[in-house]
Every structure is written in structure tokens, then in C-alpha cells.
Write a protein that binds this ligand. Structure first.
Ligand code: 3PG
Length: 221
């Protein structure tokens, strides 16, 4: 991973994860997120509009836009051609990682176990998405996984809401937290852009006001 994405994520601290239903949604969505103070966003390849949404949101200019739910090298290529500046995957796939390296774009693979994390580190990737973070056990699991791997950095995602954001950000191995709560499919369906802007602003505010908890010393489990 290039230093560039690390600085984007550690500067942003919170990353909206988006499932965009139509290309027409992308412009106003990018506007609402940027107005709310988001610095980056992940557009999941879960809808036919994903590629166009990446293109439109990247063109907006106010956000560093990446592609998520990237499951194959071919999808990674399409995402990057559309303007994705980074690639996120729910799991670790050598071909996706190799394609991203070829494309010279940072990749954040998903991991749920120590074995998967070791595979990522061996492949030269040290920033991973802990997914699905809350069903896996949340912070306690993150703490236990982080302890043996001092070089690993995490973007926990999955089941996290505003209420848990500060807790995750208090862990020193967490670069940023991802989640869909700021702009859910339901928000997008009813074009609830003011609400998206409000939830994003609230998350950004929380992400800048957390206090590091002494509970989360990296070296202890
Ligand atoms: C993802 O793809 O990263 C997750 O689906 C986002 O998780 P959340 O919807 O539980 O926030």
C-alpha cells in the first residue's frame, strides 16, 4: 500500500461505504458526503451502477473515491479505469492483490482470521479491512488480532454505527472505520441527502473528538 492511502485513511478516520442504486444518485451523494466533511468514500461493486458511480463521484473532486466489494482482478481493473483511487475487498484474494499491484493502486483486503492476516502480510499488504467487524466480536477480536502483528493496520467495517465509532478509533492499530450507516441504501432510495449530510457530519465530529482509551494498549490482549 502506498503511503498516500494510509495518510488519506488516517486523516479521514471514517469512511462511508456506499451501495449506489443509480448513476444519477452519485453526484448529489458525493455533494452531501463532502459537505458533511467526509474525505473519502468506498463505492461497493454490488450494483450495476457501481462503475458509473465511481466515475461520477471521482469527478466531483471533493472526495478520494475507492471501489469496494471488489471480488476479481477484472473488477479491480474496471474500478481503477473508472477512477477508483483504492480498492477494498471483503476477503483476501491473491489475484485481486496482484492486479492492484500491477495497476499501482492501493488495496485493502478483508480479513477475519490471523491466518488471513498472515497471508496479507506475506503478500506485502499491511493495511486490512477487519470484516465483518462486529459479528466477528468487534473490538475484542480486533485487539486480539492486532497484538501479534505490530505492523498491521486495520479498517474495521461491518455492523459498526456512530455509537461504536469512537471506541474503534481509540485503538492504535485502527486507521479508519468504514460503514454504511451514514448513507444506507434506504437513505439513497428516498434521496435523503440532508440526512446523509447530517449523519456524515456527526460521524466526522465524533471521529475528531474521541479520546484514546488506556484499555487498548497494542501489546496486551
Ligand atoms: C462493507 O461492505 O464493507 C459492509 O457491508 C459495510 O458494513 P455495514 O453495512 O455493516 O456498515
Amino acid at each position: 500500500m502506498t503511503a498516500d492511502l494510509v495518510s488519506v485513511l488516517s486523516g479521514a478516520r471514517v469512511m462511508p461505504v456506499l451501495t449506489v442504486p443509480s448513476a444519477a444518485t452519485a453526484g448529489p451523494l458525493a455533494e452531501a458526503l463532502a459537505e458533511g466533511g467526509a474525505r473519502c468514500a468506498e463505492v461497493t461493486f454490488r450494483t450495476p451502477a457501481a462503475e458509473q458511480a465511481v466515475r461520477a463521484m471521482a469527478a466531483h473532486g471533493g472526495l478520494v473515491v475507492g471501489a469496494g466489494t471488489v471480488l476479481s482482478a477484472e473488477q479491480a481493473e474496471r474500478a481503477v479505469a473508472a477512477g477508483a483511487r483504492f480498492v477494498v475487498s471483503p476477503g483476501f484474494d491473491e489475484q485481486v492483490v496482484a492486479a492492484c499491484r500491477e495497476l499501482d493502486v492501493p488495496v485493502v483486503p478483508g480479513i477475519a482470521t490471523a491466518t488471513e492476516l498472515m497471508r496479507c502480510l506475506r503478500a506485502g499488504v499491511d493495511t486490512v479491512k477487519l470484516f465483518p467487524a462486529e459479528p466477528l466480536g468487534g473490538l475484542r477480536t480486533l485487539q486480539a488480532l492486532a497484538a501479534p502483528f505490530p505492523g498491521a493496520r486495520f479498517v474495521p467495517t461491518g455492523g459498526i454505527g456512530a455509537d461504536r465509532l469512537s471506541d474503534y478509533l481509540g485503538h492504535p492499530a485502527v486507521l479508519a472505520v468504514g460503514g454504511s450507516w451514514m448513507a444506507t441504501p434506504a437513505h439513497l432510495e428516498r434521496a435523503a441527502y440532508p440526512e446523509i449530510r447530517r449523519l456524515t457530519a456527526e460521524a466526522v465530529k465524533r471521529s475528531t473528538t474521541w479520546e484514546r482509551s488506556s484499555t487498548w494498549e497494542r501489546s496486551s490482549t
